[in-house]
Design a protein around this ligand. Sequence first.
Ligand SMILES: C[S@@+](CC[C@H](N)C(=O)[O-])C[C@H]1O[C@@H](n2cnc3c(N)ncnc32)[C@H](O)[C@@H]1O
Length: 246
Amino acid sequence: MTPPHRTRLTFHGPLSEARADALVQRLTRHRPTTVLDIGCGTGELMLRVLAAAPEATGTGVDLNADDLARGREAADNRGLASRTRFVEESATGTAHGPADLVLCVGSSQALGDRLPEALQELRRLVADGGRVLLGEGFWQRTPTPAELSRMWPDAAVTDHPDLATLIGLAIDAGFRPEWTETASLDEWEEFESGYLADTEVWLAEHPGHPLAAQTRERVDRHRARWLTYRGVLGLAYLTLVPVADR
Ligand SMILES: C[S@@+](CC[C@H](N)C(=O)[O-])C[C@H]1O[C@@H](n2cnc3c(N)ncnc32)[C@H](O)[C@@H]1O
């Protein structure tokens, strides 16, 4: 028996039900007929968009076969399978698109190592008059060197821009920001607690399990990192409109 993982998460990021509802409403206002989800994971947000936009078809692209299988099962259960494709491949240089709506939440690294490059890809992948939802990390304040040393391996100030710089980069790539919002501390705490909760309970119930020591070490390390970036690392949800080619 291995420790359970992620059964308490709906989204793989700090996203509340209320914000997801508002996003779906905004992103379906212009009646998209094609949706492309870059680094879709289980594609939960795409499936909600498809449920709210009955004329739309959706393609989710990811490398994680388990998440894609979960997405296909959810599409099936919700009667969306005929309008949904989950494709196991890299999104780097993808041949899918252009689409009326492109979702890229926590996944810009799938489009390029650098943010300007990823934003240019998003501009290429969105149809004129369409929308991009970009979920992207930013520094809420500049982390100190001591904090950086306790975050992910090789964490650097250059890993993320601040919010104004992030929006400036989107504008430089040919977008206007229709809507700017950022994950709240409550959303972060809900996400990070949900991420670890199953494993924490398993550890409490199986202290002598052969996998307990390595699992405890992994969970303690993740919690220490998250409590360091808590309130420092932000996640912006930018609804971007492509500027028309003249
Ligand atoms: C933080 S998760 C976000 C998942 C999903 N967008 C969500 O919000 O729940 C990042 C996802 O990007 C995917 N990913 C990373 N590199 C990729 C690539 N080159 N092509 C496609 N997907 C990639 C990962 O497998 C992972 O599912």
